[in-house]
Design a protein around this ligand. Structure first.
Ligand code: SF4
Length: 640
């Protein structure tokens, strides 16, 4: 651990005297956690408060874990090496359901009672934030004293203020927190299931509110989201990361990020230009742009110019095939990109229509041409298997499409260099709450394994095609945790008792995983997360679920720069500029446009259905529907 800190630039060290001590914990390894921009941002914001000392902790690597266990040493913070029990609060940043197991392992190693109700006065308060907190925190809720539901930049300050002003004992402090928008105190809610196992009622106690409303940051320009700690030990640690905005208006039906971070809020290019200059002055030479769909940033050209003017190189996680312009490809090639990433998500246009991803085969092939024209040697593609309505033909089409892409890629670039490698990264579709596919069934590990075999067999004849995928059984675990209710907490507790051996825990648990995963849910079923309001209307999800099955054609065409002032002209549903359909509402999401006359001056609705990102770790940012097992999480989404 000490060698990790020694290799860092930008570590914040503060004296503890009289301060509120917060351990910010990423329940995965240092490499994964330090690749997460949200984690870094909260670390910085908390330490900006003079009376707070915030230190980081991570899940130790396996060999260090063994050593901790052998020696009976509690997990400790990076900066001062203090055990987690020395802190007033422990905040877990959770962006991947699979990390729930690590949360419990860390608490157990620290000697902190797992269940909130069992904690004593001297125990730290345990809280959780991150996208899992506002997706469906129910499986992990019994282990949390409180949960921050929503974007944390402002909420973190309010939690600290409440602690500073009013901490006498746990109960009165939690009482006070329940008054804050975006705070969920699970112990203050009684969850009742009916005889068939369905959630029948969630009843608040005392001062708790019936519905917990997500917090969102209203003025994104007021808070910079940048990485300030540089480290060679994180995947993107060599570059400064900069978030260009929050939310995505594309509305891909599998995508959690595209729903729960609404409305779309782009930072202004002026604000970003200032940040870019500051980063350059601090010595950064390379900048990674982060956001749900960076290539949709309305002023991407101006921003790329600003980066170039500052003398820096630019990197973007993945690009939507239909947004890839020659200038963008050129900028990325200049920035030293050796691999460009796009996400077709499905092998056929039909299935892309179902998932609201309106990229066509032709656009994918055109992207291949640009890659070669600009001399980028490798192409990586993301596909997802197991999506609703998928047939064998859709799966076989992935291999066929790879062959057609290779035909376009196997040309010499302008300098005479040959193409390198085409990578197919195949993830498994995991239905997520708050998406139109929240009612869908998970395909099942055996079915997914057979589909993977079909793809691998189809591309075996190509020497420069590589197939990457995770174990579908890991996806099955994620599917259980993503849509589980509080009874799934028992499974997590058993797994923690087996030191994370969840396969063994599944055998011991008396619950039925299929109830949560491979069953198609009915529209009128109460969901475990229905006592939250994250700004997504169920009626809209139902409409999209039905449209998916109708395979309605979806619009294409890249979103353009929104009107400089969107005052009154936005799509009511998306918080985004409406299309030019005066009086007809948003042509894409179908919601009535509040000021149709104004919106006529706007441009395309960014919620056109095209891209794909999921809670996948092998990219600049986390994805939100595909299973996640690789190792880098810049932020919370990645699209291409
Ligand atoms: S997959 Fe990407 S483009 Fe589609 S909604 Fe999600 S963030 Fe947006």
């Amino acid at each position: 651990m000490q060698s990790l800190v020694a290799a860092e630039e930008g570590t914040i060290r503060k004296d503890w005297g009289g301060k509120i001590a917060i351990a910010l914990v990423y329940p995965n390894t240092y490499t994964v956690g330090m690749s997460n921009l949200g984690f870094q941002t909260i670390y910085w914001h908390l330490n900006q408060m003079p009376d707070v000392v915030c230190e980081r902790a991570f899940l130790p690597d396996p060999e260090d874990l063994d050593e901790l266990r052998r020696s009976g040493t509690a997990p400790f913070s990076l900066e001062s090496l203090r055990p987690l029990t020395d802190f007033h609060m422990i905040g877990f940043s959770v962006t991947f359901e699979g990390d729930y197991l690590n949360v419990l392992r860390l608490l157990g190693l620290a000697g902190i009672p797992l269940r909130a109700r069992d904690r004593r006065a001297q125990d730290p308060l345990v809280m959780m934030g991150g996208v899992c907190a506002f997706s469906n925190p129910e499986p992990v809720a019994p282990f949390m004293d409180f949960i921050a539901v929503g974007e944390g930049e402002e909420l973190a300050r309010e939690i600290v203020a409440a602690y500073r002003d009013d901490f006498h004992d746990r109960e009165t402090f939690l009482d006070r927190l329940t008054a804050l928008d975006g705070i969920y105190v699970p112990e203050r809610y009684d969850v009742v299931s009916d005889a068939d196992g369905f959630v029948a009622a969630v009843t608040p106690r005392a001062s708790a509110r019936p519905i917990v409303t997500k917090r969102r940051l209203r003025d994104v320009n007021a808070f910079e989201t940048i990485s300030l700690v540089k480290t060679p030990n994180a995947e993107y640690g060599h570059m400064a990361l900069l978030e260009v905005g929050k939310g995505c208006g594309r509305g891909c039906r599998f995508c959690l990020e595209g729903q729960v971070y609404r409305p779309v809020r782009h930072r202004t290019v002026d604000a970003l230009r200032e940040t870019v200059k500051k980063l350059a002055a601090d010595g950064a030479t390379r900048i990674g742009l982060v956001g749900a769909c960076v290539s949709d940033y309305p002023w991407i050209g101006d921003l790329l110019d600003a980066v170039q003017d500052a003398g820096m190189e630019v990197s973007i996680s993945s690009i939507r095939a239909d947004s890839l312009s020659d200038s963008l490809a050129s900028a990325l090639a200049r920035g030293g990109h050796r691999t460009l990433t796009i996400a077709p998500e499905a092998g056929t246009d039909r299935l892309r229509r179902v998932i609201r991803k309106a990229i066509t085969d032709e656009q994918i092939l055109a992207a291949c041409d640009l890659v070669r024209h600009r001399g980028i040697p490798n192409l990586k593609t993301y596909f997802m298997i197991g999506q609703p309505t998928e047939t064998l033909e859709d799966v076989e089409a992935i291999g066929e499409l790879a062959g057609r892409m290779l035909d376009r890629l196997r040309v010499l670039d302008p300098t005479g260099k040959p193409f390198g490698r085409l990578t197919l990264s195949i993830s498994s579709f995991v239905p997520k709450p708050w998406t139109p596919f929240q009612w869908a069934r998970f395909d099942g590990a055996d079915s997914l394994a057979r589909k993977l075999d079909v793809i691998k067999k189809a591309v075996r004849r190509f020497s420069n095609v590589r197939v990457l995928h995770e174990n579908p059984r890991e996806a099955a675990l994620q599917a259980l945790l993503a849509r589980g209710d509080r009874r799934v907490a028992d499974f997590l507790e058993i797994a923690a008792g087996f030191d994370g051996d969840w396969r063994r825990a599944l055998r011991e648990w008396d619950g039925d995983p299929d109830f949560y995963t491979t069953r198609t849910r009915t529209i009128d079923e109460r969901m475990p997360w229905d006592h939250f309001d994250v700004g997504v209307k169920k009626a809209g999800l139902v409409r999209e679920w039905e449209r998916a099955h109708a395979e309605e054609p979806v619009g294409a065409g890249a979103p353009r720069r929104p009107a400089a002032t969107r005052a009154g002209g936005g799509c009511a549903n998306l918080g985004a500029p409406s299309p030019t359909r005066s009086g007809a509402g948003c042509a894409i999401c179908g919601s009535p446009s509040p000021t149709a006359a104004t919106s006529a001056a706007s441009t395309a609705c960014p919620k056109r259905n095209t891209s794909g990102c999921r809670a996948r770790r092998s990219c600049i940012s986390r994805k939100s529907a595909g299973s996640s097992t690789s190792s880098s999480r810049w932020a919370s989404t990645r699209c291409g």
